[in-house]
Design a protein around this ligand. Structure first.
Ligand SMILES: [Ca+2]
Length: 148
């Protein structure tokens, strides 16, 4: 009986440790790939790499304050589905990205990237606090993505 209890405690410890240690992240190249497919401009990619590094550290399920996912998209951009799917800045600002907020937390970052690229087109990178704070100097090799 004691052995069963010890085994149960051991298993629970493993589960808790796994949750603490395993942070679900994407690689830099996975992010760059998603951004390219979403229509990001090549000359913007260094900015995107810096932004993602400082917003989420590449963690795609990160939820903090009112921001979700690898691009830390603010709640104002999601859960505002109206049945309308527009690509102009006017419709984007009114209707958001036609995504659910929870869809910014899953493993598939393609819709996140598409939303983020449209926000950037309409509001610029300054829509992200971390970009304003950390991405004025992009010369660091950390933001290099030439291997992607
Ligand atoms: Ca997603």
């Amino acid at each position: 009986m004691l052995e069963v209890k010890m085994l149960a405690v051991l298993l629970m410890t493993i589960v808790v440790l796994d949750a603490l240690i395993f942070t679900p992240t994407k690689t830099k190249c996975e992010v760059v790939d998603a951004l390219r497919k979403a229509g990001a401009r090549e000359e913007d990619l260094r900015n995107w790499v810096c932004l993602v590094e400082h917003e989420s550290g590449y963690q795609y399920n990160l939820r903090q304050y009112n921001d979700s996912g690898i691009f830390q998209l603010y709640d104002v951009w999601c859960d505002r589905q109206s049945g309308y799917f527009g690509t102009t800045c006017y419709t984007l600002n009114i209707y958001g990205c036609s995504d659910t907020c929870s869809s910014f937390l899953n493993e598939d970052i393609s819709n996140d990237a598409y939303c983020a690229v449209r926000i950037k087109q309409c509001q610029g990178f300054s829509a992200w606090d971390a970009w304003r704070l950390y991405c004025t100097d992009l010369t660091s090799p950390r933001y290099d993505y030439s291997e992607c």
